[in-house]
Design a protein around this ligand. Structure first.
Ligand code: CP3
Length: 351
């Protein structure tokens, strides 16, 4: 009898032979899908979807009903962990996440660290259990956390910023506070991800989106160290781990030493070149530029072929975009991408 362990995604992660390259898409359940918008409007916003296990489950499954994807990813957000700290998260249309408190002093930090009640995220664990039940072994389910560094940038800024002024200022003037905050987020993240695993997720993904802001020793000190702590505290050694970071090229020497199964990369680097830089220890995930989905089918075909040629391996590749799919993408283009990959990837896989 085949089990979830035999699915294409998990085989590619273990670098076992696959008949074609598996694919899933970051933010595959999201604003580019009219059925997502309809349910979000009915529920009264994103956070209401996330906090309602039945709706979160329904949204998780929406893209799998439309497309032949090889994995589900839990519908939630890396920032809901703020619930454990008693920081209120809301999402404003076109503005992104907003917190009711920011952490800019030891006093601020002390005020949010009274307990570590992971039960406050019960809606996530319920959504995982429901979704696993609905998937019924047909597709794996990816669960996730943000890296402590990436989550900390939001706790410090209080909202979405492209400039990160407060973050850079704190790195410059109060490193001890940054580390103290990272320690707290790490403690909670360990509990949180282990509880997701117990609830049934098949793969862990760690989003270190803003690790891309740091370079060299700073990247190690403020991001990688804490990712390693989480990694070493994941109680199940059979749940594979995907580590995703933006701008990974000049970090390859550091990433090379990570103890994870998969490295997810954005579109700023050539996948074949990155593979040469980190060696063949990891499965790689990525890295089509989302904007390619605005081009003609011929151009999409060409770009998919380029990535497969460049990766140049028979397994150990999970196709994905370099970033999340954006609201301006026509869902039909994603269908086209999936079909192209299904047509042309077999010749790159089992010979
Ligand atoms: O990939 C998935 O579909 C799983 C669910 C998921 C979401 N966010 C849903 C979401 C995951 C894994 C995330 C991760 C996340 N959230 C990251 C790391 C990955 C990345 O995108 O770089 C970050 C930095 C966040 C924080 C966040 N959430 C921001 C900055 C925003 C607003 C801007 C944006 O990108 O949309 C969100 C909102 C969000 N998270 C939406 C979704 C579907 C859009 C919500 C809406 O309908 O308005």
């Amino acid at each position: 009898m085949s089990t979830i362990n035999d699915c294409l995604l998990l085989r590619a992660i273990r670098k076992e032979p696959v008949e074609r390259t598996p694919i899933w898409i970051m933010r595959q359940a999201g604003r580019y899908l009219p059925e997502y918008i309809a349910l979000k409007n009915k529920a009264g916003g994103f956070i209401n979807l996330v906090k309602n296990p039945e709706l979160a489950c329904e949204i998780t499954l929406q893209p799998l009903k439309r497309f032949s994807l090889d994995s589900a990813i839990l519908f939630s957000d890396i920032l809901v962990i703020s619930d454990v700290f008693g920081i209120k998260l809301s999402f404003e249309e076109n503005k992104g996440p907003v917190f009711d408190k920011t952490i800019n002093s030891f006093k601020d930090l002390k005020n949010i660290t009274s307990d570590y009640e992971i039960d406050r995220l019960d809606y996530v664990f319920k959504a995982i259990k429901l979704t696993k039940h609905e998937l019924n072994g047909k597709n794996p389910l990816i669960g996730f956390i943000g890296s402590p560094w990436t989550v900390a940038t939001y706790f410090i800024e209080g909202n979405s910023t492209k400039k990160f002024h407060k973050v850079f200022k704190m790195l410059d003037t109060n490193k001890e506070l940054v580390h103290a905050l990272l320690e707290e987020i790490t403690k909670v993240s360990i509990k949180y991800i282990n509880a997701q695993i117990l609830s049934g997720i098949d793969v862990v993904m760690i989003f270190d989106t803003w690790g891309g802001l740091l370079e060299g020793e700073m990247y190690k000190e403020f991001s990688i160290n804490y990712v390693n702590k989480i990694r070493d505290s994941i109680s199940s050694n059979k749940t594979p781990i995907i580590y995703y970071v933006r701008d990974p090229k000049n970090k390859a020497d550091i990433i090379k030493n990570l103890n994870v199964d998969v490295v997810g990369i954005d579109s700023t680097v050539d996948i074949g070149e990155f593979k040469r830089l980190v060696g063949s220890k990891f499965t790689l995930q990525g890295n089509l530029d989302v904007n390619v989905l605005k081009l003609s089918d011929e151009k999409i075909h060409h770009e998919v072929e380029n990535i497969l040629e460049s990766y140049n391996g028979t397994t150990g590749h999970i196709f994905n975009l370099g970033t999340g799919i954006t609201p301006d993408i026509n869902p039909d283009k994603l269908k086209t991408l999936i079909e192209i990959l299904a047509n042309i990837s077999p010749k790159y896989n089992v010979k």
